[in-house]
Write a protein that binds this ligand. Sequence first.
Ligand SMILES: [Mn+2]
Length: 349
Amino acid sequence: MAERKPAPSEMKMPEELRVDRAAVEKWLLTEVIEKLKRWSPPYCQRLFQEDDLIELCYRAREAFWRDNTMLTVEAPIKVCGDIHGQYEDLLAIFDIAGWPPATRYLFLGDYVDRGPFSLECISMLIALMLAYPDKIFLLRGNHESRPVNMQYSVRLYETFQTVFYVMPLCAVISNRIMCMHGGISEDLSDLKQLERIERPCDIPDIGVIADLTWADPDDKVTGYVESPRGAARIFGKDALEAFCKQHQLELIARAHQVVQDGFLFFGDRMLVTIFSAPFYCGQFDNSGAIMDVDRDLKISFHVFRPELIKKRSEFIAEGATNTSDKANPDGAATGAPPPANASRATTPL
Ligand SMILES: [Mn+2]
C-alpha cells in the first residue's frame, strides 16, 4: 500500500543515506513523538528547542512538496476534520481510534489557531507523517496560511508558513471519495488541473485553491454563489450533484464548519462535513467525529461527546463487535455499552 511516490533521490539510495534515514526515524520516534505523547499543559513552552522544530519543518516541507497537490489514497482509512489547536482532543482521538501506524489517517486541515496548543497539534501530526508516510496524510486547511502562534519566535512562525505553503489541497480515497477542507469548485472541470498548481502558494480569495480550502455547502442556494466568509463560494445541492457526476465520485468529505454531532450529511448524503474538535473553543457543546472508511468503502463514524473526551478511555460505540474495535490494537475501545447519548451512523456507499 505504498501510495507515496518515492522521490527520485530515494530510488537508488546509497547505504549511508539508509543509515541516516534510520537515525531520522529514531529521532522522530524517541525525541519528538514520545515527548509529545508525554505532554501536559505546563510543558507547552518547554517541550522542544527551536532548532528541533525547524528541523521538523524542513523535513515536512520536503515531504509535502514531493507529494501531488491531490493525494491518491486507499481505504481503509479514518478521516478527521478540524482540530484547531485542541491537542488533548487530538491525543484522545488517537488513544481511542488507534495510533498510526496500526491505524491509517487522513486529516482535512485546520490544525492550528483558535485552540490553545496549535504548535503541539501540527508538530505531532507532521512527526507522525514523517515517521509513517504511508499511514498518515495531511491536507491543507484555510488556517494553514495564517498565524500559527508567536510563542516561540518570528523565525519559527515563518518556517511553519513555508510548510503550509506546500501542503496538498485534496485527496481521493479509492477513486470514489474526494476529500478537502472546504468544498468543491466550479472552476475544477478536470482533476488534472490540480497537477498544474504551482507550490509553494498562498491561498487566494477566489478560484480552485480558495474553494478547496474555504467553500461551504448551502441548501438555500442554486449553483455557486459568493460566500459570506469573504473568500471562495458556497454551493448548492445541484452543483454538488453535477460535480460528483462529472468526476465519477460517490461522496465528498470535507470539514471547515462546526456541526453539532461531529458529522453532518448534505445533499442526499453526497457530502459529509466532519468536525473533530469537540466542545469547540470551549464555547460550543458540539461533539467531535471522525469518519471510518472500511475496505469496502462502507463508512461509519466515531463520535466523541465533549463531556466524555476528557476521560480519554471512553469511546462511544455500539458494542464490542464493531469493526472499529478490531482495528484498534491499543485496545482503548473496550466495547463498553454506549452511553445513552451515543450517536453513530453507518451509511453504505
Ligand atoms: Mn476551516
